[in-house]
Each structure stands twice: as C-alpha cells, then as structure tokens.
Design a binder for this molecule. Structure first.
Ligand SMILES: [Zn+2]
Ligand SMILES: [Zn+2]
Length: 338
C-alpha cells in the first residue's frame, strides 16, 4: 500500500454514501448528489436525481428505462477499462458479473488503488460479463451472503430441478418469481441453454428490461405476454413474473400453478415457507461465502472494507487471516433484489 496516503483520504463513508473527497464524487449514493459513479442498475444503488452520472452504457440505459430520460442532470457512459480522471483521481470500471452492465469501480490516486465491488458474483452468467479481479490495496466488498451457511448450488442444477418438475406435472403451470432486473433474464437464458426453446410467457412488468437486455445483445429467445386474452391457462408452460405480481389477482389466471421462486434467499427454508413457495430455486446474483472469501484470497488486498450485508462474519474471517477489515455499515442498500 502507498505509504503516504491513507485510504480514508481517498474514499470515506458519508451519510449520502461512499464519497471521494479529492475527486468530489460519490459511488452509488443513496441521496441526490452533484456527481455520482453508479455500479449497476438495481434501485438501491442507482437512484434518480443526481447531477452528473458516470456508469456503463448498459446501466445508464437501465436507469433511463426505470426513471425516464431526465433521471440525471447529465450522463457519461464509461466502457469497461476506460479511464476518466477528476482532480488527479483516476476512475475506471471493471465487470462485476452481477447483472447486465454491472461494474466494480476502480479508483486510483497517488499510487493507491481501491476497488469498490458493488454487488458481484463469480458464477457464470450468460447475460452479463464475468467478474474481473483487479489488484488493489483496498478491496471494498459487498457482504449480502457473507455467512458460511450460504453456499449457492450451481444454477444449472436449479434449472434442471424446475424442468424436472415440469416433466412431473405437465398439466400445471410453473409460475417463476424472479426480480425484474437480472434474475428474470438469467433464468430465461439458463432455460434456453437447457433446451427450453418454446415461447416463454412473461409478465408485462418485465418487458422493458427484457428489451434493454435484447438491445445490448443478450438473446432471450421468443417471449410472449402472459395474458389469458391471448392464450389459455398456460398449462405446461413456464411463466416468469416479478415477485410483486405473485401476490396479486394476476396470478389467479393460471392452471393450478406450481409457485416457484428464484433467489439466493431460497437457501433459507423459512424464507421459502414464508412466501409459500412450493419450488424454491436457489439462484443468486450475489457472491456466496466461498466466492466472497475466495475473491479476497485471490486479490490479497492490504485491507478490506465491507459496504453492506452481513459484515461481521466476513470481517472476522479477514481478521483471522491477518487482513485488517472494517464494516462501513452503509445504509440504504437492501437485499431485496436477489
Ligand atoms: Zn444489485
Ligand atoms: Zn446491493
């Protein structure tokens, strides 16, 4: 680590989020600020109302889709690997493997390199660029699933479980709850890889983000509107819907539905029961315990900071390995998107 510069001089937690004093910008601020760098499009990280926003073109497109074109005073698309500098602080983005356009923010200043992971995962995902490790002095990591009990199974095995259930109950409709940004498209892409090639009925709330994915070259195959006006009761089909739709009258139109739900939280039985999920699919867009700790081992940073999630276990794990770690306890980020 640079002997002169303390990392707290380059990035520090403020009420609005993680702030860079020399560059005068925030990363994923939770309140409106003059200048923001945004890691990815999930609503708790990407909010409307900032002045200047720098992010990948994909993230900017997702924000425009969700909030409208005037979501920021101005926007600056940044390609992965492209560097901009402000007051001597160099900023670039590296793929985070979380959702389309998701990025880690690499901040360099006076010989010090800090990497802010945003949300990330290390598993293969056909809908976004894979996480790229960037050597750094300080790794600022998420910790959504930072407990040793969280070990996500391979996603393709969960998709196989879904297809097995469809084979077992061919007269029922399989209704899969999946968050609108990232999870829904990943489930669709994994179904395609598993050979499910017929049109997939989707709830209308997924249309605009599906279109963004298609615009950026992610092939989701044929999709159709999940409305009974156009088709019968969807017996034998796999229907995708955001979780919010599963508790509305919309879902009563389906033939004796098997309620499925794709989420990292489905690894917790109580959560599946609480949602009355008949077929929990453990598919997460966040790193699990092994991915979180494996990434820290791989990067071997001098220091680890933890932004949000279950900070204590990860901080303790770092401490046992002689890596100083601190929990930033940033508020305003939620688990809910997974
Ligand atoms: Zn996220
Ligand atoms: Zn998050």
């Amino acid at each position: 680590m640079s002997g002169v510069i303390k990392p707290e001089a380059l990035l520090c937690p403020r009420p609005a989020g993680l702030y860079c004093p020399p560059g005068d910008f925030y990363i994923d601020p939770t309140r409106p600020v003059p200048r923001a760098v945004i890691t990815h499009g999930h609503a708790d990280h990407a909010r409307a109302g900032h002045g200047a926003v720098a992010a990948t073109a994909e993230t900017l497109a997702i924000m425009a889709t969700r909030y409208g074109d005037g979501f920021a005073g101005s926007t600056q698309p940044l390609a992965y690997g492209e560097t901009i500098s402000r007051n001597g602080v160099e900023v670039s983005l590296a793929p985070a493997g979380h959702v389309l356009g998701s990025a880690q923010v690499v901040v360099r200043w006076k010989g010090l390199t800090m990497v802010v992971s945003g949300d990330y995962k290390r598993r293969r995902d056909p809908t976004c660029r894979a996480f790229e490790p960037v050597a750094c002095d300080v790794f600022v990591t998420e910790a959504t699933f930072a407990l040793p009990v969280f070990r996500h199974p391979p996603a393709d095995l969960e998709i196989a479980k879904l297809l097995r259930s469809v084979g077992q109950f061919p007269r029922r409709c399989h209704l899969v709850g999946a968050y609108a940004l990232g999870k829904a498209q990943r489930v669709i892409a994994l179904l395609r890889e598993a050979g499910w090639d017929r049109p997939i009925p989707v709830h209308g709330a997924l249309d605009s983000l599906n279109a963004v994915y298609a615009r950026f070259g992610v092939d989701l195959g044929p999709l159709e509107a999940a409305t009974t006006e156009t088709r019968g009761d969807f017996a034998g089909e796999i229907v995708l819907a955001p979780p919010s739709a599963l508790t509305t009258p919309w879902q009563r139109r389906f033939a004796d539905p098997v309620d499925a739900f794709a989420s990292g939280w489905m690894g917790i039985r109580a959560r599946a029961r609480q949602r009355a999920v008949e077929l929990p699919l453990i598919i997460s867009d966040h790193a699990d315990w092994d991915e979180l700790t494996g990434t820290i081992e791989e990067l071997h940073p001098a220091e680890v900071w933890i932004t949000h999630g279950r900070e204590e276990a990860l901080a303790r794990w770092c401490g046992l390995r002689g890596i100083p770690a601190k929990a930033l306890a940033l508020v305003g980020y939620e688990d809910e998107e997974d």
